[in-house]
Design a protein around this ligand. Sequence first.
Ligand SMILES: [Zn+2]
Length: 913
Amino acid sequence: MLRRTRTPHAFGVATAAAVVLALAAPPALALPADAAPDPVPALVAGQDTAAPQLVTGLSEPAAGAPADAARAHLAAHPDRYRVDPGELVEAGSERDADGRRTVRFEQRHGGIPVFGAQYLVHLTGEGAAQRVESVGGKYFTGLSAPTSATVPDAALRELALGAVQDARARAGATAEDRGAVVLPGGAGRLARHFTVRTTDPAGGDRAAREVYVDAVAGVVALAYDARTPSPAGDAAPSPGGDPQPATGTAPDVHGNSVKVNAVRLPDGGYRLTDLTRHSVITTYDAAGRDADDFVGALPADAVPAASPGPDFPAATGTSGATDAHLGAGAVYDFYRDRLGRDGLDGKGGPIVSVVNVTSGGKPYANAYWDGTKMVYGSGGGAYFPFSAALDITGHEMTHGVVAHTANLTYLGQSGAMDEALADYFGNAIQVTARGLSMNDPKAALLGEDKCRTGTPQACADRHLDDHRTTVADYLGATGALDNGGVHLNSPVFAGALWDIRRTLDPLTADRVVYRALADYLTPLDDFVDGRDAVLAAGRSLGLSRAQLRTVAAAFDAHGIKAGWQHRIGTDSRTLLPDVSGSMSLPAAADGHWVAMGPISGRTDRNALYTGPTTGRTAPVRLSPDDGRYHSYAATDGAGAVWIAVGTDARGWGQEVLTAPLTGAGPVRSLFHSATQQPSGVQVSGRDVAFLVRDAGRTGVRLSHDGAPAVEIPLPEGHGASDLTLRDGLLGWTESWHEGEQQVTAPTVYSIAAGRVTAQYTAHAGAGARPSEAYGTRLAGGRLLWVDIPREDAGAHGSIRSGALDGSGTSEVLSGDAPNAPTRGSLITASDQAVTYRAVPHSLLGPAPAGGWTNAALPKLWQVPLAGGAPQRVSCDRGDQDQPAADQGTRVVWLDATGGGPDLVVRDRPAVTC
Ligand SMILES: [Zn+2]
């Protein structure tokens, strides 16, 4: 995909991406003080594993066929690599033009593939002179996950489809079962991988999401947008008849007549199939058909762009077919002639392009590699067909090369490297084919030739010379935006690669970067792994020490070096690093926090922990080690209550558990069900409350002193959300229908009196500005909520408070205040202050004017309960999510500034940033 697409609202699963995969930069081993620093690290320790990430500078004999020699080498050094050769499956060998071999192994755990885990051995020399030169990759040593599922197949599929929240999209959704996989991290998690595909019911856009469902706990453990929206199908062309190689002429997109390689059919007709290269290159004209028709296998009636004679008609040019056809050939030639690669798959497989597709009846302004073929939008309006830009063709086809080599995971930093490599080669191919100098102002622009109007600079999708660095520019986005910034952060890495191309010579740079991609990178690598991969590739190609220093300097200049996250300025304290963004919703009270997360890579990543909000003592584990997910917690500072999801002796179910924060007390069960869904747990002293959803109805349950929970009846047809519990009082947002209109009402319920003492109905439509209420909280002896206009997605809401006896309301913050809450702004409160998350731009909608910047990401604001101007809680520049108020003005939250997200805390607002 060339550009960030609008993430469909249909998918509601927050990305657990970072959870399993946020592998922090590995520390490089210290060098002896007297050694001149070698730009290529000799050994890089692994993160979350005892197996090293990279070992270079070897020259150890290794006899036999490459795969056997590589396996024997790993087996001969168990203390060095900590790899079990019995758990390695050969996933292919690359043989370079200079005779060097790379053996790529995939890790298995009890025979099941481990997500993204690959270990590579590099060999030089022949026969008796064959030697191991370097070894590296990701092999996870701590895995002990079960290897058989306890959740039935049908239930796993339902859970995957359940990741689609929009009912209309879910109706047409499909879940392709991709098999069992073990997710790494700690002991690992057995999961089933589904590719869930939907069509946006509003816009018609197709979307695909990779969903990993924990096959023991029955929880969506990881979900992110797929790189390729279509299932891989057989895209082999069927030229028909007995085609003869021929040449013809065709207009290009600008109307210039150019020579094209084609075939002549027995009936005298011509088609755009190029037989002059080992890969057969065929170009189809979709003639405005919907991109959906080209999902997977080509439709039976699709034929390549055709002509009755050797001179192709004008439509071949205006559709973009000529440019796609020539571009595919240019990309093939670049990879073959310059880098010794035979096509996208390295085996001369067919190269198929489809041009002139539309989407949902509208022109489609994007392009993508769908797993087997290129698909180009028709452009329209300000755009030419997207095949008009050779760098776009090179970008998309390079995704095909990545898929057949490093297969980088399309998420966070690994996904940003996928995009960066596609940008690098897209531009390198265009610059080479057009004979441009690296100093040409257009050289570093990506996609500048697709626009009918505007300057190249304004038209380009990305600029590889925009000097972005990790420390200054890394966009601290969670997985909710652009898969964690795969397009938004790619220019940082691409910029370093482009600098290398400018400062070394272009051919050497292309060979080094390609070797890093084909021979060193593995799916879960981050930016620093990428730096090490490029340097190791450079050394293997015989670059001089000075050249390697030039390469290292380019990465330095873009801030890509170990520990770069720590050089980003922040004003918060980290309580727990690398916390899940999807299930770890922190809670805080009375100087203590509670959250799900890892403490280190060697512990279970789905356990519940607690610690003081001062961060002065180490976190303590609260939840039992039973293989379930323990999350959605609440605390009153003395005890915690939470929900455990998964399978135990009773079978699969969801359970409400409570325990004292000391970690020493008993864990008590208050509720367990396989069918009813608990949520919204709350605790205050000896009272625990939660919501239970059963057959579409949500009710309130209350447990006193550990007794079984009893239901608090709501009027017929009424539901509750936003449960809050404080000192014998319950609060919630009650909702019901009056005719067509939904009414929402912040409500107070006295446990002692057994009745509702206050209910404040949001304006249901009678007033000038119909509004609704959400986010009900009990704090400071008042009931708080957000009152927000209905049916205006961009509206700001006011924060109101009401007396507990129903005697009246007042305004804490006007909806007209700058940075007032918007729909979905999370709200939390102490007895002194209300903290909320302002979302200036929907992460699911179009980019803000000027593009996504850290400043445009959601931030926390705080306002005193007594009223006043909102103040920024923290000047941390990335996304600030899931705030939980502690005492006074202290707040904990999940902060994505350094990629994380991390659980962090501040004691008071930063006031000005
Ligand atoms: Zn892309």
